[in-house]
Design a protein around this ligand. Structure first.
Ligand code: TYD
Ligand code: MG
Length: 454
């Protein structure tokens, strides 16, 4: 029987019988590529009537000790893992090419090796000499990491079987080549097969495996997305190319909180940890400028202060610009609409630019109030007091809603020398501890107090 061509979405891995411009499963455009099917179609066969083995079921309340973890000593990395590395865990670290994944993982591998884990670093992208050179530059040449440069999965698995390391780094999953799959390295089938083999090996043999995956904004390289389902933890390594800051963000973690971030700075000698990101994100702040508002935010388990910057200018365009960096465009539109409809402050005919300083991405609705403050401050050309932080979610009615962990937000702000906090009504004054806390029920009250009448 002739094999039917298979079409696979490189974003989500769904397969189809025919090509289409848009993936029905995940909605991505132009992501469907033709691929050699894995075999003559195992999915088409049914399990049949043969009996399986009966499972041994257990109670929920068995005494299970938490998994032992190894801390590598790079605190930012350990935290993102959820408090160190769990044995036999599979982790995907993905990010844009050139962002610093190899650097980060070489540093982490060296630290784990120094803590006594038997560590292998397999590079499919660079020759051993290149990796050694980088290790020297990073001052890691003496770390007991064993190095290999290989792309053949069969050889790698044989090596792992013989070496039995505690941890192996595979840099990168796109370069791996499984000879039982008839498609080119980097294709979805290859990436999926290689990841599957490595992850099942990790589980079977108690080895922790870290897979490096490249993604591009266009999703051009066959997606590590298909790998995300197979692994225990998915960490995104991100940052703006022009900035030195790099964020390691846990977007999935079976062994710890997701949304945890680690902050690094790319220096001439590799990545260094940033223990106090608030100070970093606020560092370039010119005081007091109009259009600037400081938000006390939460990133995972910690509080981070970030500056929102807005610029509002008359627009020559029929449809004025709305440009956002580090914040959600739809959310900005909502806040502009609420300001217009509930407070009577229109932005029609005005271009609006909104940035989060330092290249951080903020996703919390708790930042609404700070965004509104930055927009109003820019529009009125009136600077907010520079020692003021804000937080609060804005509802469509214009009311301010209390947010989670107000106490921690206030604590961080106080630590960094802020004197005043503006927060939704209902935020406990006791949390302010020496700061002056001004609570407000809605945007109308906020505008009245901060910018005179609305
Ligand atoms: P790399 O780790 O190779 O990125 P990736 O593996 O994600 O593709 O590093 C990319 C960039 O980092 C490279 O352009 C040079 C820069 N870099 C430094 O600035 N300092 C350093 O110490 C190192 C090793 C790299
Ligand atoms: Mg690399």
């Amino acid at each position: 029987m002739a094999r039917a061509p298979a079409f696979v979405c490189s974003a989500c891995g769904a397969s189809f019988g025919k090509w289409s411009g848009r993936c029905d499963a995940c909605g991505a455009w132009n992501s469907i590529v033709e691929e050699e099917p894995l075999s003559a179609g195992p999915a088409a066969k049914s399990l049949g009537a043969a009996r399986g083995r009966r499972l041994a079921l257990s109670d929920l309340a068995t005494e299970e000790a938490p998994p032992p973890r190894t801390l590598c000593g790079i605190a930012e990395f350990d935290r993102v893992l959820g408090g160190g590395l769990v044995p036999a865990s599979a982790i995907l670290v993905s990010g844009d090419p050139g962002i610093g994944k190899s650097t980060l993982l070489l540093q982490a591998a060296a630290s784990f090796a120094r803590k006594g884990l038997k560590t292998l670093y397999i590079s499919g992208e660079e020759a051993s000499a290149q990796v050694r050179l980088r290790a020297q530059r990073l001052g890691l040449a003496d770390a007991p990491v064993r190095l290999g440069a290989e792309t053949n999965l069969r050889d790698i698995l044989t090596t792992l079987e013989a070496e039995r390391p505690d941890l192996v780094v595979i840099d990168s999953i796109q370069t791996m080549w499984a000879d039982h799959v008839e498609s080119a390295p980097g294709s979805v089938s290859q990436v999926r097969a290689a990841a599957h083999e490595l992850v099942s090996f990790a589980k079977r043999r108690g080895v922790s495996v870290v897979l490096v995956g490249h993604v591009t904004k266009e999703g051009q390289i066959a997606g590590p997305r298909v790998v995300e389902h197979m692994v225990d933890a998915v960490l995104y390594f991100e940052g703006e190319r022009g900035h030195q800051f790099r964020l390691l963000r846990a977007v999935k973690n079976r062994f710890g909180p997701a949304d945890e971030i680690g902050v690094f700075e790319m220096t001439g000698a590799g990545l260094s940890e940033v223990a106090n990101p608030s100070a970093l994100f606020l560092s370039g702040r010119e005081s007091p400028a109009s259009g600037s508002a400081v938000f006390a935010g939460l990133e995972g388990t910690r509080t981070v202060l970030v500056e929102f910057q807005a610029l509002v200018a008359p627009s020559p365009l029929a449809q004025p610009r709305r440009s956002v960096l580090g914040w959600d465009g739809g959310r900005l539109a909502m806040i502009l609409a609420v300001l217009e409809a509930r407070v009577g402050i229109p932005f029609a005919g005005l271009d609006v630019y909104l940035n989060v300083a330092g290249g951080l991405k903020v996703t919390e609705p708790a930042a609404d109030l700070a965004v509104a403050a930055a927009l109003l401050s820019a529009r009125e050309d009136a600077a907010l007091p520079s020692d003021t932080v804000l937080f609060g979610e804005i509802s469509l009615s214009g009311a301010l809603r209390p947010v989670a962990q107000a106490e921690n937000r206030l604590k961080e702000a106080r630590k960094l020398g802020f004197k005043t906090a503006i927060a939704p009504k209902g935020t406990k004054a006791g949390a302010a501890q020496g700061m002056s806390l001004r609570t407000m029920p809605d945007l109308v009250a906020f505008v009245g107090e901060m910018f005179g009448a609305g």
